[in-house]
Structure formats: C-alpha cells, structure tokens
Design a protein around this ligand. Sequence first.
Ligand code: ASP
Length: 311
Amino acid sequence: MGNYAIAIHGGAGRLMTGSLTHEQEKAFTDKLSDALQTGYTILSNGGSAVDAVEATVRVLEDCPLFNAGKGSVFNSEGKNEMDASIMNGKNLKAGAIAAVQTIRNPISCARAVMEKSTHVLLAGHGAEKFAEENGIDIVDPSYFHDEERYQTWLATKDKEGASWAGDTAIITPEKKLGTVGCVALDSAGNLAAATSTGGMNNKKFGRVGDSPIIGAGCYADNKTCAVSCTGEGEYFIRQSTAYDIAALMEYKGFTVAQAATEAIKKVAQLGGEGGLIAIDNQGNISVPFNTSSMFRGWITAQGEKFTGIFR
Ligand code: ASP
C-alpha cells in the first residue's frame, strides 16, 4: 500500500487569535477532526481519494458551523444558493453544480454529474432536476434556513454588494462561516479534490463563485496535485488559482509548497483574500492563506494529525 494523506479546510477569514471562546474554538476543531477522520478511515481501508473527499465534505456540509450545505449564507433575495465541485486526478474527470437551492449535499450531486453525465457543470433548476433523477437527496429550501445567519443577512442586505463570508467586519466572529474543501491522496496513488459553499453573504442571486469552477476553486491531476480554495471567489476565478498550482508544478518544476505559495501571492496582488489546501502525489501538504485565519486540518502520510484556525 502506498502513501495516503488528507487535508481539509473550513474557510479562510479575518478571525484574530482570542476572538473565539474556548468552546467555540473546540466546536470548530472537533468538527474538523471528525471530518478528517471520516476521510482518513476510507483511505486507510484502501478506499479511493474520490470516496474520501466526498464523504469528508458531506460531514462539513451537514454541520451548520460552516458555509456549505446546512450552514450556507443568504443571497440578495434572502435565499440559500449553493455551489460545489469535485475532481478525480486519475482521469481528470470533474463534476460541479452551481446556484442550487434544494440539494441537501451538493458535493454528492457534483460527483453524480462527474460520473453519470457527459457534462462537467450543471446550474440551477437543471442541476436540481438531474439530482432528482439520480436519487440524490432533495430537501425543501427551508432545510438550509439558519436563523442566526438570516439575521446577519437582514442586517447587511442594504449595503452595496456581496460580502465574503470571511469578512468579519460583516460577519462577527461568532458567526464566522467558511466554505469547505478536501484534498486527498489514496494508497493507489490517486488524487482528488472537492469544494462546497454557500458563496458570499448577500451575493446577487445567480452569482457563481470559484468553488464550482474547475481550475479556479478545485483541481486534481495525478501528475501534480489536488487543490481546494476558499476566499473571495472572483479573484480565484480571475487567476485560475487551483489550476495555476498544477501548472507551476508541471511546467516549472515547483514543489507543491512553492506553487501554492506563489498562487496565493498572485491572488493577493490582485487584491483578493483567501487560502487553499493542496496535496501532491507523494502526500506533501501545503495550506497557504493570506488572511489571519483559516479553518484547516490534515493527516500526513506519517499519520500526524493537525487541526487549527489561526495563523
Ligand atoms: N470562495 C467562496 C465564493 O466566493 C467563498 C468562500 O470561500 O468563503 O463563493
């Protein structure tokens, strides 16, 4: 059995050390730890990287602490609209959905798009119809309603534009939310990446961020690496950040750490904030972010486990 390893994020943000109570910090790190363990157990039983990243992201989607699935933020119409994507580094197959309102676990629908359709990205009603036809759990939009998150939206909705969920000027530390993502290397040497989000608070309805855009918020190629991003999506789209890391490794011979650091620097140069998780085909992990915090965790090929929030 070859090396296997996994990394996750629960969103980058502007939290400062000490801004969470001990209980809040523990609630986040415990959930990150549960999610990591879910994926790691699959990998240690010889399971695939694709199975591991999907299962891990589902745990985070089901948890209201994070801005994905059940914890999604509200758009300018006061609705929850979600995006997700998954990519298999073995065959470069990918699936994504955007602007959906009724799919309980968007990541599982993204996987169905990858494996059961000839398309890569389905949006809105078409994605929801596809989910129904493929036996994916559909819920009433009220399932995603979180009162605290709704109050945040009400308090901010008249301000111009969308706010990134990591912006604590808009979202107080207690309400800090983050997109979620997972990257994994399995024991057969295959890489996979998955990203899922509710997007930005008060985003225009129909706005699609980087999370479901293959090459921007998600990418995986066995030749190089698997990547999942978080932050102000528009900047990650403009830089093709996830693919940029794979390209720097493939064409310039960068290590995963060098490539990931360079890609985040380019996001910052455009004025964007955020972070990412990346893993290479040997299991080396890099998690750069240009914010003060990023919910993150990993289990290395040597079995060392870490979860953390602050820089
Ligand atoms: N990248 C996500 C988006 O722009 C938001 C986030 O990661 O917090 O939709």
